[in-house]
Design a binder for this molecule. Sequence first.
Ligand code: MN
Length: 231
Amino acid sequence: MKTIIPALPVAAIPVAGSDAVFPVRRVYCVGRNYAEHAKEMGFTGREEPFFFCKPADALLTVADGQVGTMSYPPKTANLHYEIELVVALDKGGRDLTTEQAVDCIWGYGIGLDMTRRDLQGEAKKQGRPWEVGKAFDQSAPIGPLHPREQVGTLNSGAISLSVNGAAKQSSDLSQMIWNIAESIAYLSGLFELKAGDIIFTGTPEGVGPVVAGDTMVGAIEGLGELHVKIA
Ligand code: MN
């Protein structure tokens, strides 16, 4: 087929220990999904889950053993890290039960939901969309995916982030307000999920700023580490 501009490459995430890649359709993110992080953002209680999206080409893939480089984005003076477990779906559907939701999970990765917190804060205040705070270029660094058949179904395990060697975030996947299956099931009531969708499952407490020259190291038990330097 003749295309008016060259067809764009599909965003794809490397698979750990393999030459294969996982092509990405959509990037969904769960907001405020750990109680202590909800508190530090000024909220309490078990709200209904809510979601936002990042474009697939906002992913910054980092291969195993590599240090990714993220450019400090424009128009912000308060770039924040948020370490998150990412789940990758190889099937989808609508109105999934939690059992069906688990069956859609192909694998897991370590991701960073990088946030221009000043722009997000202004958007919240003005009742405007969050895209400028959340969906900018390179806003979603992500390490290789690990197949669920190798690492098992993750419901608990340590999740942490350090900056320049100093511990900043430290929690456990079991501390999510809405667990992974519940988030996927809820999301499938809002959107028809499909193979290739990935979901950032929320960040624990301890979010904070990084500046050019900083190196972040995220870790999730069973998935290794994600290293990203801010240029
Ligand atoms: Mn987040």
